[in-house]
Design a protein around this ligand. Structure first.
Ligand code: F0G
Length: 454
């Protein structure tokens, strides 16, 4: 049995508005689920980012928030937690992950430079491109075969990475590993692969940085799937992972289980000093960077809780439960199930909808209409247009992501979601594709509007 290591102390009411209402609300939202009011959503699987439930200890820590502009004890508490858990002595707080990305890329990416790594998250990619840089995806090719199950689909193809490093030489800004890799399904990277990437980074004298939004989930998968680490403590695995990096960018809204926050953590003082002026300019003084003292307290405590093995075991099994039961009723999902979300293969579920009519978006719409379930397309809508040709880019997979917030939903909630997809599966041939009525110029999935095609 998958026992939750917590019980509920405070509840938030939710309710299901009628099907007719849902259809009306969706139309008003331009068939973009980001524009729905949250009270019109019953089960919200839009994201696992900032949507987790904080613990009593996090709320208690918030009362200790020191709101001094500079030198606050809350900043030092955060610094100590980052040092103890991740091993990095230098930290620059930011308001969230993309704040860290902006500061970092504004200093390290110049026009014409490249950033190789496993599949970059969309805001990461946008920040690199915004500086005139080019993210280069070196993920192993099996990551793009949805039904092919292997333990570390977030791994880097080392030959491809080395070829890229040789080709671009001094134009490589840095190497970025996203652990776990959200863009290919929340898939982990093995220590063996991380180590090999680190060797290449040293050989070519290039900095290696991690996007650690979901580092604890990655460490859990290492323990579960990489033989050598079977009996190791999660926090020890985390320390080893981080020891190969020069630094890390964190969206604390994920594995640190806070509603807002982020940071850049660094191994050496030179990198810290290079980033500090931009951080002050873009995020705020070095001792708060867009967070209040109480935010930093909750984040410091959340780092301990997010790396607790009992919590992680329950968390990962919950997501697995959702995936396995969807699979059992015939829904094609990306395998194996990722750490934070189940990714449904929408292209395969709705084969009658071509990629440029966006099957992932169509399935997201169906899940809301049939059950008030909110999810997000990860496919050709999110992929956007080619920077040069301005043509729609075809995503390698048309997916629908069901992201599970941390410590929020029970198994009954997940059983409900499974029942909704069972219903959808029966009527799938009636689901129609969509086209744009307004297309946002950048990160278009957030703010575009759609209409169903005939
Ligand atoms: N890196 C990864 C791997 C992410 O998944 C995200 C956000 C970010 C960076 C940016 O962090 O949102 O704090 O600015 N992912 C969210 C999601 C939005 O739904 O997957 P942020």
């Amino acid at each position: 049995m998958n026992l939750p290591p917590y019980k509920t102390k405070m509840v938030e009411p939710i309710g299901l508005v009628s099907r007719a209402e849902r259809i009306k609300k969706l139309k008003r939202a331009g068939y973009n689920l980001f524009f729905l009011n949250s009270e019109d959503v019953y089960i919200d699987l839009l994201t696992d980012s900032g949507t987790g439930a904080m613990s009593e200890n996090q709320w208690a820590a918030m009362m200790r928030g020191d709101e001094s502009y500079a030198g606050s004890s809350s900043f030092r508490n955060l610094q100590n937690a980052v040092k103890s858990i991740l091993g990095f002595p230098y930290i620059i707080p930011t308001h969230q992950g993309r704040g860290a990305e902006q500061v970092f890329n504004s200093v390290f990416v110049k026009n014409g430079m490249v950033v190789p790594g496993n599949a970059h998250f969309d805001t990461t990619r946008a920040h690199i491109e915004n500086r005139g840089g080019l993210p280069i995806d070196c993920t192993v090719s099996e990551a793009y075969r949805a039904d092919f199950s292997s333990p570390f689909k977030g791994n880097v193809d080392l030959a491809k990475l080395e070829k890229t490093l040789k080709k671009y030489k001094s134009r490589v800004a840095y190497i970025l590993l996203t652990v776990t890799c959200n863009s290919v399904g929340g898939q982990p990277e093995s220590i063996k692969n991380i180590k090999a990437v680190s060797r290449l980074a040293k050989k070519y004298k290039i900095g290696l940085f991690f996007d650690i939004a979901r580092f604890a989930e990655n460490a859990y998968f290492i323990k579960a799937r990489e033989k050598k680490y079977k009996n190791q403590n999660i926090r020890k695995i985390v320390r080893e992972m981080m020891s190969y990096a020069d630094g890390a960018l964190m969206s604390a809204k994920k594995d640190a289980i806070v509603n807002m926050g982020g940071f850049i953590a660094l191994k050496n003082k030179e990198t810290y000093s290079a980033l500090a002026p931009s951080a002050i300019l873009m995020e705020g003084f070095l001792h708060y960077g867009g967070m209040s003292g109480r935010d930093m307290e909750a984040l410091a405590q959340g780092l301990w809780e997010g790396t607790d093995e009992h919590y992680l075991k329950h968390r990962i099994s919950q997501v697995e439960y959702l995936g396995e039961n969807l699979s059992k009723i015939g829904i094609p999902i990306l395998k194996p199930v990722g750490g934070h979300a189940v990714y449904i293969d929408a292209g395969k579920t709705l084969p009658h909808i071509p990629w440029n009519k966006f099957p992932g978006q169509a399935l997201a719409i169906a899940a809301y209409i049939e059950g008030g379930v909110r999810s997000v397309e990860i496919g050709s809508v999110m992929e956007g247009r080619d920077q040069k040709t301005h043509e729609n880019k075809k995503a390698r997979m048309e997916l629908l992501r069901l992201a599970v917030p941390r410590r929020v939903y029970s198994q009954e909630h997940l059983d409900y979601v499974i029942s909704i997809f069972e219903k959808i599966f029966k009527i799938k041939n009636r689901i129609r594709g969509v086209k744009f009525t307004y297309e946002a110029p950048m990160l278009r999935h957030f703010s575009s509007r759609f209409t169903p095609t005939p």
